[in-house]
Design a protein around this ligand. Structure first.
Ligand code: GLV
Length: 309
């Protein structure tokens, strides 16, 4: 069995050494842009070049080194029937839950105020929060969205969840489909986006939707930059309808140095770190699936390419 590693890491051995340890029966190759075809059976990829699918004609499945497969599905020449397998959690959802909780608490517990007071040497106690003032709405109820929603519900926040299809999640009020999006938004103050990026979800965080949130809204985007219409967020902030936003993903990454978001005190910017790919957990999962697939067993995480996730 031949496995081809295709990701723009300048030190691919960080990946290929553990892959070989986890999958000793395989021959491991690193993508060489100028090299010949290796006739790989499986490819492990992150944002691969289009030439991959022109050159490698024996692939039986392609494994994405991330949860979001929008980048991979956009690669021209991706053979329509080639199974595409996304990462399933692999230590990401707990990190996302932490990140979202942190950003929520900055707002709900007014942490910035206490930092300002400290700078001035002021000891002043503010009123305790009412959880009922901070209803949260999680968009997307996959592995990540569910974990986020459950974590916040366990802390007694009121949590709504919205997804394309029906979901049943203990302690979470769920809404399904476009028809119920307005109800979901109107009962949400802290909007958390964990949706996959598809043609249906692109630009979903737009002015029309943001302005339906409860006043003093908080937007936390850990999905993809293309979910958010950037000017619409600025407009909603200028309207004082959205009070703050925590953004981990952007249309252009790295965020250009002259981007207006950098100058906005209402916006917290992090460089796509809300959930890092944990190498060992990731490779354990992927190599386990490669072995299973090679042995003719069924595997989970195969993307429905017509749906886009
Ligand atoms: C990261 O953004 C991922 O999709 O895993």
């Amino acid at each position: 069995m031949k496995v081809l590693f295709v990701a723009g890491d300048p030190k691919p051995e960080r990946w290929t050494v553990p892959i070989k340890e986890l999958l000793p029966e395989a021959e491991i190759h690193v993508w060489d842009a100028n090299g010949p075809a290796v006739n790989a059976d499986y490819a492990i990829v992150w944002q691969p070049p289009a030439e991959l699918f022109e050159r490698e004609k024996s692939l039986k499945a392609v494994f994405n080194l991330g949860a979001g497969i929008d980048g991979l599905l956009a690669v021209p020449n991706l053979p329509p029937h080639l199974p595409v397998v996304r990462l399933e959690d692999a230590g990401m959802s707990v990190q996302m839950a932490e990140y979202v909780l942190h950003q929520l608490l900055e707002a709900s517990r007014g942490m910035e105020t206490y930092r300002e007071q400290q700078r001035e040497g002021i000891w002043k106690i503010h009123r305790p929060i009412k959880r009922s003032d901070w209803p949260i709405g999680v968009m997307g109820l996959g592995h990540i969205g569910k974990r986020v929603a459950r974590t916040l519900a366990d802390l007694d926040y009121r949590v709504n969840g919205w997804a394309r299809s029906e979901h049943d999640l203990e302690g979470v009020t769920t809404f399904a489909g476009a028809d119920h999006l307005p109800n979901f938004l109107q009962s949400t103050r802290v909007l958390v986006n964990t949706l996959p990026l598809t043609d249906e979800t692109r630009d979903i965080l737009n002015y029309t939707h943001l302005s339906q949130l409860m006043p003093g809204a908080v937007v936390i985007n850990v999905g993809r930059g293309e979910h958010l219409v950037e000017d619409d967020l600025l407009r909603a902030i200028d309207d004082h309808h959205v009070a703050r936003a925590s953004l981990d993903v952007f249309r252009q990454e790295p965020l250009p140095s002259d981007h207006p978001f950098w100058q906005r005190p209402e916006i917290t910017i992090t460089p796509h770190i809300s959930a890092r790919t944990l190498r060992h957990a990731t490779l354990e999962q992927i190599t386990g699936k490669i072995r299973a697939h090679h042995n003719g067993q069924s595997i989970t995480g195969i993307v429905d390419t017509s749906r886009g996730y």
